[in-house]
Design a protein around this ligand. Structure first.
Ligand code: NAD
Ligand code: UDP
Ligand code: UDP
Length: 319
């Protein structure tokens, strides 16, 4: 007989950076994992060590198309997350967030399954309230280059709450702030992977703007821990809940830290700030602390060290 604690979990986007760590952790907890991914930004390499696991199954699937499977819980992570990738085919990005959410919500409705949405701090846009709390409605450009992602994710949140109100679906919405760690795509243009790869290759570190814009960086293990905790909350708790590391740092500081850590001779070069690039971003995680009993544990220097080691190994294989 199946262990009643054992859940069957669908992870969309499971071959991506966050998704692959989540699949790993769900297996570790004894669950069955069905990973659905169209490999747009994810790769088989991220999950190749799981392919022979008896409780792991991989399917190539694009969530903008309907999906008929049988599961208890759905983690909806499928969506390109870096500005370079989500702006490459912006129409597909909106379709993934919106059609993808409708399909996954339809699936959850048929199965009476719990469903978690990987939303984003981008729903706050370029915030005028600082730090950002969940009751802040945001400051988002609806027609800019980042809108396909920001507005797509906002519409997905709307769909989650309408399915909850209209069909009593059990939903969990997590607003993820910048997260980093091993298995980030080396050329997806996100700042941590860019700076580490540039530093390790001795190439110029590309700092956009004056580098005084801020972000707060959460290590992937902390993020996955929060995701499992959120899925485990009672049905009355829907979120949205901010998850991220509230320690804010300027992008210039991050560049200097990575250069020092890697002992690199790379120089920092200043390039123009992309349009609509938020100047400040930092989560207020009071709600996560109270309702998930969660806070990040991995300090930036420690998380950066393991990320640098990952990229050292990756680049040495590529050379
Ligand atoms: P990622 O690009 O590494 O992973 C996304 C995965 O989704 C990839 O494996 C990709 O192939 C897959 N995918 C994309 N479109 C798909 C589709 N139509 N059908 C099926 N699969 C599809 O990005 P990530 O950093 O792992 O992000 C995962 C999720 O978390 C995303 O929804 C993202 O918006 C959200 N998020 C991430 C961060 C972060 O800092 N990493 C911050 C906020 C939100
Ligand atoms: N859907 C799916 N798997 C299912 C059930 C539904 O992919 O197991 C998709 C289907 O494409 C549908 C969408 O989810 O269009 C929304 O489903 P819902 O039941 O909310 O609406 P309807 O079927 O009435 O369009
Ligand atoms: N950034 C940078 N150099 C890079 C990549 C990014 O200075 O090579 C900056 C970018 O302009 C932004 C910050 O770093 O201010 C975070 O960028 P990322 O794309 O990682 O995430 P997001 O802007 O979505 O928070």
């Amino acid at each position: 007989m199946r262990d009643p604690q054992r859940k069957s979990c669908l992870v969309t986007g499971g071959a991506g950076f966050l998704g692959s760590h989540l699949c790993e952790q769900l297996l570790e907890c004894g669950h069955e994992v069905l990973c659905a991914d169209n490999f747009f930004t994810g790769s088989k390499r991220n999950i190749e060590h799981l392919l022979h696991h008896p409780r792991f199954e991989l399917m190539r699937h694009d969530i903008t198309f309907p999906l008929y499977v049988e599961v208890d819980e759905i983690y909806n992570l499928a969506c390109p997350a870096s500005p370079v990738h989500y702006q490459h085919d912006p129409v597909q990005t909106t379709k993934t967030s919106v059609h993808g959410a409708i399909n996954m919500l339809g699936l959850a409705k048929r199965l009476h399954a719990k469903i978690l949405q990987a939303s984003t701090s981008e729903v706050y846009g370029d915030p005028v309230v600082h730090p950002q709390r969940e009751d802040y409605w945001g400051h988002v450009n609806p027609i800019g280059l980042r809108s396909c992602y920001d507005e797509g994710k906002r519409c997905a949140e709307t769909l989650f709450f309408d399915y909850h109100r209209q069909h009593r679906l059990r939903i969990k919405v997590m607003r993820i702030f910048n997260t980093y760690g091993p298995r980030m795509h080396p050329s997806d243009g996100r700042v941590v992977s860019n700076f580490i790869v540039q530093a390790l290759r001795g190439e110029a570190i590309t700092l956009y703007g004056d580098g005084l814009q801020t972000r707060s960086f959460c290590y992937v293990d902390d993020l996955v821990d929060a995701m499992l905790k959120l899925m485990g909350t009672g049905d009355a708790f829907t979120g949205p809940v901010n998850v991220g590391n509230p320690v804010e740092c300027t992008i210039r500081e991050l560049a200097e830290r990575i250069v020092a850590m890697t002992g690199s001779r790379s120089e920092i070069v200043y390039l123009p700030l992309p349009n609509d690039d938020p100047l400040q971003r930092c989560p207020d995680i009071t709600l996560a602390r109270e309702s998930l009993h969660w806070e990040p544990k991995v300090p930036l220097h420690q998380g950066l060290e393991s990320t640098v080691r990952y990229f050292e190994r990756l680049l040495s294989r590529q050379d």
